[in-house]
Design a protein around this ligand. Structure first.
Ligand code: SAM
Length: 332
């Protein structure tokens, strides 16, 4: 059987699956500035059976890690059962989820039982009013309770995804880093990626170097650490002296890590995108609905490998250019 190795000799072992394009929040940095997103009619969403079949073929070709994302993955009914099924596929060693945490309190236990290994929870502020302004949802408390419940049922590590934005939450970077003093969490600062407002984005963007300087000036030198459980991950990790947890930075813009890219992204519409920032994709839904054999799925996966770009082309110094239309339909 062919292996998932792209034209630049990168081994692709990781698939992010956006199980829905629907979300119960409207984060300002994620959806377009008009605040609305068009969602697919349900018959155009990949069914869980279709996703399962695709993962099964890909696992035979070397895929071993899955991340369930969205939209908000916990709003799609059947996601827990899907995780339990994928967990039994030969070759799949690791299943993770990225969630906004709003529904997590009710799901944490069953996700753990289904075989989910790791959780990333998005949280950009500790201030409930600011949370409402960023996400358009008045549910900071629910998310915080969800995080504590995930900790209680034994998720380890728990990663908190923070998207720093100048003038919005940059005054809380140190508070997030301080959280790691007493909690064994990994706080991951993700560089803001452009959605649909190039000039606005450039003004809001904070680089990894600037974030680190701010944190180090308050808490002292950050010591580099290697995350033994996630050596191939995109985050550069550090520890505040004496902290239980870790502070990580994902610098997709200022120091991109495309040369070690090991991932592909399956959208809720059944398209695999070549790169988070690229417009190109290969559709799997229609061939599968037209009754294709597994060998055709394999052939399409090989085409994804052959056409995956070497690197993304987001360049802050360039003028306005094409960028993401909405992270929520791609899954981050
Ligand atoms: N609804 C889930 C959530 O909120 O975690 C999963 C989907 S969300 C698109 C996945 C991740 O993408 C979140 O951690 C979010 O913070 C991140 N994200 C969304 N828009 C972003 C942007 N413009 N730049 C950087 N990260 C972004």
């Amino acid at each position: 059987m062919s292996q998932l190795i792209d034209a630049f000799n990168r081994k692709i072992t990781y698939m992010r699956i956006s199980v829905t394009d629907r979300c119960n929040l409207r984060c300002v940095y994620c959806v377009p500035s008009c605040g609305t997103i068009s969602t697919l009619p349900s018959n155009e969403l990949m069914s869980f059976d279709e996703m399962y079949r695709l993962v099964k073929v890909a696992a035979k070709m070397g895929l071993n890690k899955i991340r369930i994302t969205g939209g908000e993955p916990l709003v799609r009914r059947g996601v827990v059962e899907f995780i339990a099924a994928v967990n039994k596929i030969d070759g799949i060693k690791d299943i993770a989820m990225t969630t906004n945490g709003v529904l997590l309190k009710n799901y944490a236990q069953s996700l753990k039982k289904a075989g989910l290994r790791r959780l990333n929870i998005s949280l950009d502020t500790f201030d409930p009013k600011k949370f409402l302004a960023i996400t358009k949802g008045d549910c900071f408390d629910k998310v915080w309770e969800g995080i504590l419940e995930a900790e209680r049922v034994g998720f380890d590590p728990i990663k908190l995804n923070v998207v720093p934005s100048r003038g919005v939450n940059d005054n809380e970077l140190v508070d997030f880093a301080k959280l790691t003093l007493n909690k064994p969490f990994q706080v991951r600062f993700i560089e803001f990626m452009p959605v649909d407002d190039w000039e606005g984005w450039k003004k809001s963007f904070i680089s990894k170097a600037d974030m680190m300087a701010k944190i180090e000036s308050a808490l002292g030198k950050l010591e580099p650490v290697v995350d033994e459980k996630d050596k191939s991950g995109p985050a550069k990790n550090y520890r505040v002296q004496g902290a239980r947890g870790i502070v990580g930075f994902i610098s997709a813009i200022s120091e991109h890590f495309c040369d070690t890219c090991n991932r592909i992204r399956l959208g809720a519409d059944g398209r695999i995108k070549h790169c988070l920032f690229s417009e190109s994709y290969i559709d799997f839904r229609e061939p599968m609905r037209n009754g294709c054999e597994d060998s055709e799925i394999e052939r399409l996966l090989v085409s994804v490998m052959d056409t995956k770009p070497e690197a993304h082309n987001i360049d802050m110094n360039a003028g306005s250019q094409k960028y993401l239309h909405s992270m929520t339909s791609i899954g981050g």
